[in-house]
Design a protein around this ligand. Structure first.
Ligand code: TRP
Length: 334
């Protein structure tokens, strides 16, 4: 049975503090997917250094991120959770993929354009080839499905293009991955500027809820969340604040935003905010307890990372070996 399951790959960057957006948009869903799929989850530290990181902070955030994945309920025995930098095949495959990716394709990436304007003093080539590393992540594990938010769709499209191109040249080497669209919670927006994604890089801390915010902070941030003066609780593009609050509620309760809208119909904004705060607090409290427990267990974290890297490497190097043979490199002993 095991090997008839489809494979999922996803990655999370260990940069910045983790937010409710990361959790509802990604990691919570990772835990749900593990029943049905064979999952590989990478803490993508190599992607993280495309922008300047403080080394001590980065190492700490890698462990934080690993602890969150485990606290969310991902089972590292049945699946593979690992640090990207500990599996050398990522960098090696990336080089080969680089030689089959065009400058023009990378130049079109909206995230590159956006990040290079935000980090104008550090437009390094890693930032430019970031999507190729992401393609290597996905293709190494023959992933069928990749859960991604809308901001990563273009990168996944590029991954598909590279895979199809190389399959055309060399015969079938890669599984061509598809986007896995989460049913709910794919996009959580800033509480202060709800037309932007909720982000830890928000200068205004009221814009996001950190996963480790305490109850008082959570309630205060939701109370301050930007709404509108219309007074009616409904989903609408011209009501991004209310729509976002309903989406957060829906993602937590695993219902659709439309169902959330019905639940709050006729209530006032204060009541909506209270309902949303309650839901967040109920969701995060047990998560935080598990997180603190796991985070202080260095031995557990090290063991999971080591075993994860070993499992990941056994699959990744098999794929890499196949690709190296196809492109004409001399046979390699792993
Ligand atoms: N670029 C993704 C993000 O910032 C993270 C990522 C890296 C990823 N490699 C991946 C996501 C492979 C899915 C699959 O969100």
């Amino acid at each position: 049975m095991e090997n008839t399951k489809k494979t999922i790959y996803s990655g999370i960057q260990p940069s910045g503090i983790l937010t409710l957006g990361n959790y509802l948009g990604a990691v919570k869903n990772w835990a749900l997917l593990q029943e049905e799929y064979n999952c590989y989850y990478g803490v993508v530290d190599m992607h993280a250094i495309t922008v300047r990181q403080n080394p001590t902070e980065l190492r700490k955030r890698c462990a934080d991120t690993m602890a969150l994945i485990l606290a969310a309920g991902v089972d590292p025995e049945r699946h593979t959770v690992y640090y990207q930098s500990q599996v050398g095949a990522h960098a090696e495959l990336m080089w080969i993929l680089n030689c089959f990716t065009y400058m023009g394709e990378l130049n079109r990436m909206t995230q590159f354009k956006e990040k290079s304007s935000r980090h104008a003093d550090n437009i390094n080539s890693g930032l430019f080839t970031y999507p190729v590393l992401m393609a290597a992540d996905i293709l190494l594990y023959n992933a069928d499905l990749v859960p991604v938010g809308s901001d990563q769709r273009q990168h996944l499209e590029l991954t598909r293009d590279i895979a199809i191109r190389m399959n055309g040249i060399f015969g079938d080497i890669f599984t061509v991955p598809e986007a896995y669209i989460a049913k709910a919670g794919a996009r959580i927006m800033s509480l202060q500027s709800p037309e932007k994604k909720m982000s830890k890089s928000d200068e205004n801390v009221n814009g996001f809820i950190a996963l480790l915010d305490d109850e008082k902070t959570i309630r205060a941030k939701i109370r301050r969340a930007v709404t509108d003066s219309d007074g009616e609780i409904r989903l609408a593009p011209e009501k991004p604040g209310i729509t976002n609050l309903l989406s957060i509620y829906a993602a937590i309760k695993k219902i659709t935003p439309e169902e959330a809208e019905k639940e709050f119909a006729g209530m006032n904004y204060g009541q909506l905010k209270e309902g949303v705060s309650d839901a967040i607090v109920d969701e995060l409290k047990p998560l935080q307890e598990r997180y603190y427990e796991i985070r202080k267990d260095k031995e557990l974290l090290n063991r999971v990372a080591a075993e994860g890297a070993e499992k990941a490497a056994s699959v990744a190097y098999r794929t890499l070996g196949k690709v190296q043979r196809k492109v004409g490199f001399a046979p390699r002993k792993l």
